[in-house]
Design a protein around this ligand. Sequence first.
Ligand SMILES: [Zn+2]
Length: 422
Amino acid sequence: MLRRGGFRPRAEKISCSATKGGPDVTTAAETTARVKEHVDSLAPALLDLSHRIHANPETANEERKASAWCADLLRSEGFEVTMPVAGLETAFRARRGSGRPALAFLAEYDALPGVGHACGHNIIAASALGAGMALARALEEAGLQATVLVDGTPAEETTSGKLVMVSAGLYREVDAVLSMHPEAEDAVGGSCLGVARLSFSFKGRAAHAASSPDKGVNALDAAIQTFNNVNALRQHTRSDARIHGIITDGGKAVNIVPDFARCEFGVRSVDLGYLKELLEKVKNCARAAALAAGAGLDIQETPICEPIKENRTLTRLTLEAMAEVGRRADDRTGKHFPASTDFGNVSQVVPAIAPMVKAAPEGTVLHHPDFAAAAASPQGDAAVVAAAKVLAIVGLRLVLEPETLKEAWSDFTGGAPATAGT
Ligand SMILES: [Zn+2]
């Protein structure tokens, strides 16, 4: 996908360019050091924010406190905050600076029902703010021109706020997007699975299950047959595919032929084209089952959370920034994480990266209460500070090195010019 507008990354005000097209080495080193110092001086406020969000878990689209706290802290740093954005009550965009490049740091803050911040989104919020605020300070001190954006992106776990924000065109005039996700290891690069959910509602006809079964149309049979068809399909799918389902309605009483049944499936693949193919095949499983049972069928489908589009240049910069803060991250280029995120859709419209930053003891799994505990532990706090530095350093390099930003766009477009189209 191409973006609207010209490609105009600039770092015009930098005092002296010692190397051809590159930044002055001293200025780059000094500004990088300043970025890190700013994160350190912001750390108490960032960790306070992380702990407050963690102690007040709000589920998807209910993140009123978290989004307001983030917005307040950004305003206190001179950011101009627009909230709501894209019609999402708990989404915001904060802006400081002007001109290009425009870099966006993404803050998530929704919790999971029952297990609180077991996905550690409090860490994502605090580190995105830390990166944006530290970078904006350092750029201003160095007289460098750029726009720093910090976006509050709600409901990652359910309705995928980023999908709505992408559709609203919020990333059309953005040159790169940087975010992170806490994990039990440090890792950079790689993709994830795209996912969409399908919901099948079968309409049958009720009848006495013993005295007049021949008068009934069994909607539950259609749901069960759908699972059988999907099970047969599974042996012929690619190894990266995942199809997992539940029955949410299956009848009211054993002596009534079920006149209504409903089931839901998650369908995933790392390949967007294949995912679309698979979605059609799973729908056919339900259509065939409805036909066999003589039941009516209504199909509901969510928008697709797309796989992450890898960016070699941003992966390299992020690995180098990880090393700069003393973390040896695994390079996951060409591999994929078997889960899904709405960050994938952002990465399909603009060069983007979201490294995994170690915030929990090895082996701790996401969405488990142990991860929630780690997300506010000293290890979780260290991840906030490290990730803020890493993202700010990557951002700084994109401002200082217009050629590197161009390279990231060339990776993104596969060599096609980055200036055309929308
Ligand atoms: Zn998450």
